[in-house]
Design a binder for this molecule. Structure first.
Ligand SMILES: *Cc1c(COP(=O)(O)O)cnc(C)c1O
Length: 362
């Protein structure tokens, strides 16, 4: 097989060992004679897979016992509706939701939230082209918001929070961590709800992780679908309806892999080093540029531009010839983007850096 490095933003690279184990277990999981895909979600085999995945994730992120871990479907964009449906009922109607607008994904959340509640964009970095997180002192938060929504890593714009905002304890902080969950230490207790589509840093598409504090489970609007009502989902241990069983299994293998790598603290050190290598190559001269303010540069998603954009196609073709795949930037912003999630080995980043230097004629 040809050796490649996959820089896709998502669905994205998975650890090789995980894929190998899944291949080995594909036809017969642990002597059960069944593939995980064929198992009843209520049978003892799958229940044990599910339980282990939840326990490993709880350990990895040190998730306190007053938080539920829910495995849902519908993706990050689905949660943009599921969250207001579950939390807008905390306040008299119509409730207000506060948002911080830091790029494409928080922008989508704002649009969707407006279908269910009043929306207050408390701060925005649109004026500087989404190249920073507005300082917390500038946020114009509502007095009685149902919650505050932030996107802690903007996958398209390459902007990452370097802090967990401290706000009024009566206003839950909701964070879209789709593209950087498990990449760095977080203090879960600072958040009311954390959610993430799996296909960036957890596992296959089709699984959506929701971590929610117990007191927030039961404030849904009457229109909230039962299958997305957190209290109902939590009471059924994420099995009110059939969960995405195979995706949960792979996510569980990824969690076990992360533990073997030394956990989140070890991953964070590797991610810091990978990001340092890559940004250093981009900053070496003005052949390439990344426009994000250094303090907010994402460790996971690194968008960049060639000074001479007429070379874009040549750059991508040369990269592909070296096995460096999926480096084309998101269509809304153009340029290039290298996503360097947990499963991207440092050798992959080094190979990209070597190519960047070579292409720039250094
Ligand atoms: C990918 C992504 C989403 C969307 O996830 P879907 O699973 O496609 O709905 C939402 N938020 C962020 C930050 C993302 O990176």
């Amino acid at each position: 097989m040809t050796k490649i490095f996959n820089f896709s933003a998502g669905p994205a690279v998975l650890p090789r060992e995980v894929l190998q184990q899944a291949a080995d277990e594909m036809l017969d999981w642990h002597g059960s004679g069944m593939s995980v895909m064929e198992m009843s979600h209520r049978g003892p085999e799958f229940i044990s897979i599910h339980k282990q995945a939840v326990a490993d994730l709880r350990e990895l992120l040190a998730i306190p016992s007053n938080y539920k871990i829910l495995f849902q479907q519908g993706g990050g964009l689905g949660q943009n509706a599921v969250i207001p449906l579950n939390l807008a009922g905390r306040r008299p109607q119509p409730a207000t939701i506060d948002y911080i607008h830091t790029g494409s994904w928080s922008g989508k959340s704002i649009k969707e939230g407006a279908r269910y509640a009043r929306v207050n964009v408390a701060a925005s970095s649109e004026a500087n082209g989404f190249t920073s997180v507005p300082p917390q002192e500038s946020w114009k938060l509502s007095k009685d918001a149902a919650y505050l929504h932030i996107c802690t890593n903007e996958t398209i714009d390459g902007v990452e929070y370097d802090f967990a905002p401290a706000i009024d304890p009566d206003v839950p902080l909701v964070a879209d961590m789709s593209s950087h969950i498990l990449s760095r230490n977080i203090d879960v207790s600072k958040y009311g709800v954390i959610f993430a589509g799996a296909q960036k840093n957890i596992g296959p598409a089709g699984l959506t992780l929701v971590i929610v504090r117990d007191d927030l489970l039961d404030h849904a609007l009457p229109a909230c679908p039962s299958a997305f009502h957190w209290k109902t989902v939590a009471e059924h241990d994420s099995m009110f309806n059939t969960p995405p069983t195979y995706a949960i299994y792979i996510a569980g293998l990824v969690f076990a892999w992360l533990k073997k790598q030394g956990g989140i603290a070890a991953m964070e050190q590797r991610n810091i080093e990978k990001a340092r290598l890559l940004y250093q190559a981009l900053d070496a001269d003005d052949f390439y540029s990344n426009r994000v303010a250094p303090a907010y540069r994402s460790r996971m998603n690194v968008p960049f531009y060639l000074r001479d954009e007429s070379l874009n196609e040549k750059f991508l073709a040369g990269a592909k010839a070296r096995g460096l795949l999926q480096l084309k930037g998101h269509k809304s912003v153009g340029g290039m983007r290298a996503s360097i999630y947990n499963a991207m080995p440092i050798e992959g980043v080094q190979a990209l850096v070597d190519y960047l230097n070579e292409f720039a004629g250094r």
